[in-house]
Design a protein around this ligand. Structure first.
Ligand code: LLP
Length: 382
């Protein structure tokens, strides 16, 4: 990733910086692996920066939304409603109505009560909503517990064994039309075996649904492909080849079935960094603290998931290495980015990059401590 240091010098920190050339390369790589019956819906929850969205739209991806706000952001960014899918365990009536009014491609439904409300709201508009059922496949994923979603103990989806009854319920309702099955086992998954296990579960389910005449037109396998947080420079583009090959080899699609993906992190994760400035360096008997002006309010992933983001001293890359805890200014002990981390010696005013922050970075920022939200720049406007 290239950092235009000179331009950075004049900016108020902290801010997110997005390298749109890297985003474009990532999108090209994704497209090079797509079959004609594959559809990628970018998981908008990862990042809604308007320029990032524009590049993703121009690459021809659709969107995966989980709120009315996200649907609106996608419509505003020029995505076609027919390329939008809408998931979430708790869709409010206004959000369902927004999806109905826009005529989105599909509601990914997570319970029978939700199905009934969608039917009711669609009936009031004399419309028919296309629905897919989110199934909890009870497949574990090798990732942090907070971002694993496909186990029975998680709140997501409908149990696999209830599927026949649920599909039949949809067929009885006059304002919903069953078009698909939806799955998502978790996020930041690097072991392809986890996705292979999902394929296995889907194959079993399809074998069961086929004799009952309940096969769907669409299968949506969610997202979850991880990125290399340890080596963003060495591996800026995720392993899309193995990811798509796992589904191509593992999933037994029936003729005409369309396969949908909802990739978020893998699309935008590596193209973003949080740029922050060193405020103070202080030491006590056991530690050296590098105190920067970004905090957990700007990038919460280390505090929330113990996540690692590589730290780079942009101002003094060749300096002698010193061991620091890099910490933010927030009044919380968990406001720590890295501990015992070797970094070229830092001084007040140095610019620091927290890398691989393009996904679930800016969008999860909050105003705790009455802080300002971080700004964002891209390689196009700097
Ligand atoms: N589809 C569904 C239904 C999802 O719940 C998610 C993510 C995705 C797709 C996209 O997953 P991805 O391809 O980005 O792994 N804030 C956390 C990640 C939460 C992911 C939630 N769901 C983090 O910072 O790691």
């Amino acid at each position: 990733m290239n950092y235009p240091l000179k331009q950075f010098e004049t900016k108020q920190t902290p801010f997110y910086y997005y390298d749109l050339a890297l985003l474009d390369k990532t999108l090209d790589e994704i497209k090079s692996h797509l079959d004609k019956h594959y559809h990628v819906h970018y998981a908008v929850k990862a990042n809604v920066n308007p320029q990032v969205l524009r590049h993703i739209r121009q690459a021809g991806l659709g969107c995966d939304c989980v709120s009315g706000g996200e649907i609106q952001a996608c419509l505003d960014a020029g995505f076609k409603a027919e390329d939008i899918v809408f998931a979430g365990v708790g869709k409010s009536d206004w959000e369902i109505n927004l999806g109905l009014d826009a005529d989105i491609f599909c509601f990914n439904v997570e319970s029978v009560p939700e199905l009934e409300i969608i039917n009711e709201l669609a009936a009031a508009k004399n419309k028919t909503a296309r629905v897919a059922f989110r199934i909890n496949p009870n497949v574990g994923a090798h990732t942090h517990a907070n971002i694993a979603t496909g186990l029975s103990e998680n709140k997501f989806g409908i149990d696999m064994q209830d599927m026949e009854a649920v599909i039949r319920r949809a067929q009885d309702l006059s304002h919903v039309h069953y078009v698909g099955l939806h799955f998502h086992i978790g996020s930041q998954i690097l072991e392809m075996d986890d996705f292979a296990a999902l394929c296995q579960r889907i194959n079993e389910l399809q074998d069961r649904l086929e004799p009952a005449g309940l096969l769907p037109e669409n299968i949506n396998v969610g997202g979850g492909l991880g990125i290399d947080y340890q080596d963003p420079e060495g591996r800026p583009i995720p392993n899309f080849r193995d990811y798509f090959a796992t589904y191509a080899n593992g999933l037994k699609l029936r003729p005409g079935q369309q396969l949908h993906f909802e990739l978020g992190r893998a699309v935008v994760g590596q193209c973003g960094s949080l740029i922050t400035r060193v405020l103070y360096v202080k030491s006590n008997a056991i530690k050296q603290f590098c105190i920067v002006d970004a905090g957990m309010t700007d990038l919460i992933r280390p505090a929330l998931y113990d996540a690692y983001h590589r730290v780079v001293n942009l101002s003094n890359p060749e300096g002698q290495r010193v061991r620091y805890d890099v910490v933010g200014p927030i009044c919380e002990s968990s406001d720590v980015f890295v501990t015992d981390y070797d970094l070229p010696q830092t001084n007040r005013g140095d610019l620091i990059a927290l890398q691989s922050a393009g996904a679930y970075g800016e969008i999860m920022a909050c105003q705790y401590n009455c802080r300002r939200l971080p700004l964002a720049f891209t390689s196009e406007d700097i």
